[in-house]
Design a protein around this ligand. Sequence first.
Ligand SMILES: Nc1nc2c(ncn2[C@@H]2O[C@H](COP(=O)(O)OP(=O)(O)OP(=O)(O)O)[C@@H](O)[C@H]2O)c(=O)[nH]1
Ligand SMILES: [Mg+2]
Length: 281
Amino acid sequence: MASATDFPVRVRANRADAPFVDVRLPKSATMTKLRKLCSSKTKVRVRRVFLHPSGEEVFNVDEIPSAAELVVTSGEEYVGANGETSSSKSRAGSDTDALTVAVLGSGGVGKSALTLRYVRDFFVTDWDPTIEDAYRKQVTLDGKTTPLEILDTAGQDDFESLRHQWMMDKSGYIFVYALDDPKSLDDLDSFFGLHTMINISKSTAIPMILVANKNDLESTPDIEKLREAGRAKADDIGAAFMETSAFSGDNVREVFEAFVRMCRGSGNLRSVKKGQSCAVS
Ligand SMILES: Nc1nc2c(ncn2[C@@H]2O[C@H](COP(=O)(O)OP(=O)(O)OP(=O)(O)O)[C@@H](O)[C@H]2O)c(=O)[nH]1
Ligand SMILES: [Mg+2]
């Protein structure tokens, strides 16, 4: 039975004659979860979701009104009842003033848990590998409100080819590793390499925070070693270093707020170039 926090939507494939079927979305649903649920109900390998009848593409579950009608496709544009398509519609909620951050790192380090702790203030206990989820939050800080678009990315190797695209045109990056997973720190090197490739010609430094997540785990010599290795790596690549726990919420808000301050230029910003370092307070 659906829980009290579920909300109903109706979904159909991208043909005017396809029937709508009822789906109950858990309040905690991400776009990844929505695509999976819709795939099982419509037999479409869902990649894109549109609101019917407006044809507006959905990038964030929070933008879906209760009882909405959705049309799902495996990549093609929405086709409405009268044959109109969505190709001319802009990305939902795109905002030229918004800051954009990609949350990057290998699978299971807690990228979704950190994002959902920040955006919806709950802890994700299950690991449900992400495909790609976008969130938007109005961040009010130091008397000023800034829209922040957060791209929660897939850590699984299957999605490696998308990394470049995720990192393009972002205000900056939050790189995540887990304190109980030494490989997850090494895995970040490929993201640092892409960052250098994408941003080396930019005249201003790109805000970056290296996050050591799962700091609620009991400290051991191995964890201590990995914490220091993360700190050294942050110094090396010119990123700020912060420790978090999505589980307890420790320092999670602080990471995103530090990011916004760095983008605004009011926080201490480490340079892309090696050797210049300072900490985010
Ligand atoms: N103890 C502890 N567990 C955490 C923390 N953050 C995440 N986890 C757990 O780690 C697992 C993976 O978390 P996710 O947030 O799904 O990991 P992810 O980085 O988004 O993984 P992909 O989407 O596959 O790239 C889940 O079981 C979470 O409950 C944390 O701070 N502390
Ligand atoms: Mg995830």
